[in-house]
Write a protein that binds this ligand. Structure first.
Ligand SMILES: Nc1ncnc2c1ncn2[C@@H]1O[C@H](COP(=O)(O)OP(=O)(O)OP(=O)(O)O)[C@@H](O)[C@H]1O
Length: 254
C-alpha cells in the first residue's frame, strides 16, 4: 500500500486553477521530487497535503485514511513531518533543547514553558542531532547557527515526530550549491536508513536529478510527467513546458 495517495486533486483561486486533477502516490522509502516552473502549483499541492489548504476536489490518503480537510496538527499526529521554507527554531533555546521540545511535543506531554527542557529526552535528542551531523553543536544557542545548520536542526526536529512521510518544501532555498547538495545527501541517507518516504520540491535540477528516486512534474496545475531521472530528462512535454527556451537541464539549473 502507498504511504501517500493523491487522487484527482484540485484547487482554484478565483479563476486560476492552481492544481488541476493531479494524482500520484509515494511508496515506502521513496524519495520523490515535485518540480515544475514558477506558478506550476507545487506549493498549493504541498499545502493541501499538510492541511494548510482545503482541496476543492479529489482526495488525499495516508495509508487508507483520508486527510483532505484535516487540520495540520491532526495530519502531523498521523506521522507526517514537515520542514519549512523559513527556518523555524527558537533562537533563545539551545540546539538540543529545540529537539527536546519536539520530542516532548511528540509524546504529547505538557511542558512548563518557563523552564528549559534541560533533562527530558536529552539522550534521544542527542541521538537525532548525531544523525544530522550536529551533535557537536548541541549546547550552543540556536541563534548562533549558520543557515545551513539551522536546516539540519529542522530536520532533526521533523524526525523527532518519527514520521513515516516527510514533506520538504524547498528545503535548500537560500543555500549555496555545496550546502544544498550536502543537505539533500543527508536526507537521502535518512530515507535509506529509516525507510521513511520524502516528498520534496527543489529548484536545483542538479540536486533533483542526482538524488530523487522518482520525479513528478507539474505545469500550470497539471501533472505532465512521472518517472525516474532518465525518463523525465527525455520527456518531450517536460522539455517543452519546463525548458521552452531550448535550454538543456544543465544550463537551466545553473
Ligand atoms: N493564495 C493564493 N491566492 C491566489 N492565487 C494563488 C494563491 N496561491 C497560489 N496562487 C496561484 O496559483 C498558482 C500556483 O501557485 P503555487 O504557489 O502553488 O506555484 P509553485 O509551483 O509553488 O510556484 P513557485 O515555484 O513560484 O513557488 C499561481 O498562478 C499562483 O499565482
Amino acid at each position: 500500500m502507498s504511504v501517500l495517495s493523491v487522487n484527482s486533486l484540485g484547487k482554484s483561486f478565483g479563476g486560476v486553477r492552481a492544481v488541476d486533477n493531479v494524482s500520484f502516490d509515494i511508496g515506502k522509502g521513496e524519495f520523490l521530487a515535485l518540480i515544475g516552473p514558477n506558478g506550476a502549483g507545487k506549493s498549493t499541492t504541498f499545502n493541501m497535503i499538510n492541511g494548510q489548504l482545503a482541496p476543492d476536489a479529489g482526495d488525499i490518503l495516508i495509508g487508507d485514511r483520508s486527510i483532505a480537510c484535516m487540520q495540520p496538527r491532526d495530519i502531523w499526529r498521523l506521522g507526517v513531518g514537515r520542514t519549512f521554507q523559513v527556518a523555524a527554531t527558537f533562537g533563545s533555546m539551545t540546539v538540543v533543547e529545540n529537539v527536546q521540545m519536539a520530542l516532548i511535543s511528540h509524546a504529547r506531554r505538557i511542558l512548563n514553558l518557563w523552564r528549559p527542557a534541560s533533562s527530558l529526552y536529552r539522550e534521544r535528542a542527542l541521538e537525532l542531532l548525531a544523525q544530522v551531523g550536529m551533535a557537536d553543536s548541541a549546547d550552543r544557542p540556536s541563534r548562533e547557527l549558520a543557515y545551513g545548520d539551522v536546516k539540519r536542526i529542522e530536520l532533526a526536529i521533523a524526525l523527532a515526530n518519527d514520521p513515516q512521510l516527510l514533506l520538504m518544501d524547498e528545503p535548500t532555498a537560500g543555500m549555496a550549491p555545496r550546502e544544498r547538495n550536502e543537505l539533500i545527501k543527508l536526507v537521502k541517507q535518512l530515507v535509506i536508513d529509516r525507510g521513511i518516504s520524502v516528498l520534496f520540491t527543489e529548484h536545483s535540477m542538479d540536486v533533483v536529478f542526482s538524488y530523487a528516486d522518482r520525479i513528478i512534474v507539474l505545469a500550470r496545475g497539471r501533472l505532465i510527467a512521472d518517472g525516474n531521472a532518465a525518463a523525465i530528462r527525455d520527456n518531450a512535454k517536460v522539455q517543452e513546458v519546463y525548458f521552452g527556451t531550448g535550454k538543456t537541464f544543465q544550463e537551466a539549473s545553473s
